[in-house]
Design a protein. Structure first.
Length: 481
């Protein structure tokens, strides 16, 4: 059975697949040589589960997506006061390699090259000459930190690094200019070397998704359980990614996508929904700002189709599965006699009840649906009990409906117990307004019929419905015991 969320992500990729405009970065030959058709998408959710699509294992250089990470490391090592005295947090509205500084001659923010080079310089001893061994040690620290965020060891693309070093006149000029302003207080060549190396680390979209989820989680890697950055640092990084992450397109990005993000000229985009998930996208064809064309498009779709805009999340709560049980302790409904009653006693374990609580948005519905998908061989009927759910957003509602289609196709049944009418209210709105998105129509199923879900107002009604289903489908020809 294909997972529902995988179905959604695959579909979003299909929708964006055709947008083959833009050009690969060609300021160094190594970047120009990549396959322009490469396209990968990964999403890491709060418990570390990663959904991977397309070229999600293809390695590319992290480039400017390294900037928030080195900034985080510098904040952790040197403290907020020191870093804030050196690097501002205001959007520049200018291109990434613009030589922009504020009135105090500080780089305007850590997401443009001037600020990023300065952040890297803060990881070195603040002395006029720094040995190459010392740069090696600082780089080892950078690799260690990025790898801890990604949950696996990252490696350097030696050829990209050599090429960046050989051609990086503008970045060198920025570093020397910062020295002349008194802003950069270490060896500029060492700082620039460290910066070129960090940009040349190789990642996949799976890595970006895990890195994003680590920041979304307030600094704890969801796969390793290790705290790799402070909560306050994670919050700061998310803030500057929101206001300065997408270069000169930041305002448009926040408005239309609403996910803190950072792109790199290697074709990657890291996007984060705070408190919930991390996203990595890769497609090397870039727009005039240096952002991946399909990456931006994919993020727009993710935001709209899955309701991921950060200001869309009404409350920072997550739906959890409160309890899971079968009908073993629940009496057979009094309506049944004789043969059916005997039969129904033998298959109480084929009906599983999932009690949900909290608000049902994409993230909550995702974890509930994934649990159901993992359990699917263990039941013929799944009952979702949602009396403790307060809000069901349109995406989550469509996911519940979509899951019903998946079960129907497998000859199973899904029922909802909704005493307060939360889902019913939402279905009534659907009837009036039409679907908010088309995401509830997976796998070629036609327009959703709002009457489709079997919604009951009490558990006893749902149990009777489940029993009728079992009797109809299995009395004559019993299925798996
Ligand atoms: N290495 C590139 C530079 O600093 C990174 C640029 C980017 O990804 O935006 O010029």
């Amino acid at each position: 059975m294909i997972s529902l969320v995988d179905g959604y992500l695959g579909r979003i990729m299909l929708d964006c697949q055709a947008h083959l405009t833009g050009a690969v970065a060609d300021y160094i030959p190594e970047l120009a040589a990549v396959d322009p058709g490469g396209f990968g998408l990964s999403m890491c959710v709060h418990d570390g589960h990663v959904y991977s699509h397309g070229d999600s294992a293809a390695a590319f250089t992290i480039q400017s997506i390294s900037k928030p990470l080195t900034y985080a490391l510098a904040l952790g090592r040197r403290g907020f006061a020191t870093i804030d005295a050196a690097i501002g947090v205001e959007p520049s509205g200018e291109a990434f390699n613009e030589i922009s500084v504020d009135q105090r001659r500080r780089p305007k923010n850590p997401m443009i090259n001037a600020g990023a080079i300065l952040a890297a310089s803060m990881l070195l001893p603040q002395e006029p000459t720094v040995s190459s061994d010392t740069v090696d040690a600082a780089f080892a620290d950078v690799v260690e930190f990025y790898s801890a965020c990604a949950g696996r060891r990252l490696g350097l693309d030696e050829r990209v690094y050599a090429s960046e070093s050989a051609t990086g006149a503008r970045n060198r000029a920025i570093a020397y200019m910062l020295v002349s302003f008194g802003a950069l207080q270490t060896d500029p060549d060492a700082a620039i070397d460290l910066y070129f190396r960090q940009c040349s680390l190789q990642v996949t979209t799976d890595d970006l998704a895990v890195i994003g989820c680590t920041i979304a989680n307030g600094g704890v890697n969801p796969r390793t359980g290790r705290r790799v950055l402070d909560q306050a640092v994670a919050q700061r990084v998310l803030s500057v990614m929101t206001t300065c992450g997408m270069y000169d397109g930041a305002g448009d990005w926040v408005t239309r996508v609403g996910l803190p993000a950072k792109s790199g000229v290697g074709g990657g985009i890291l996007a984060i929904l705070p408190g919930q998930l991390g996203i990595g996208v890769y497609s090397p064809l870039l727009d005039e700002h240096g952002n991946s064309v399909r990456g931006v498009d994919t993020c727009r779709h993710l935001s709209t189709d899955l309701g991921l805009h950060m200001f869309n999340v009404a409350r920072e709560s997550r739906t959890t599965i409160r309890a899971v049980y079968d009908l073993g302790d629940i009496e057979v409904s009094p309506e049944w006699v004789d043969r059916e009653r005997v039969f129904l006693k033998t298959c109480r374990d084929r009906v599983r009840v999932y009690e949900l609580q909290g608000d049902l948005t994409f993230a909550g519905a995702e974890s509930a649906v994934r649990r159901l998908e993992a359990d699917v061989d263990r039941f013929d009927v799944a009952i979702l009990e949602i009396s403790r759910v307060d809000i069901v957003d349109p995406v989550a509602r469509n996911m519940v409906l979509g899951f019903k289609h998946v079960l129907d196709e497998g000859g199973r049944r899904s029922l909802v117990v909704d005493p307060d009418g939360v889902v019913r209210a939402s279905i009534d709105r659907y009837r009036d307004d039409g679907p908010a998105t088309d995401m509830g129509i997976p796998y070629g199923v036609g327009r959703l019929d709002p009457a489709l879900p079997h919604v009951h107002s009490s558990m006893s009604e749902a149990v009777l419905d489940a029993e009728e289903f079992l009797v109809k489908s299995r009395l004559i020809e019993p299925g798996p015991a």
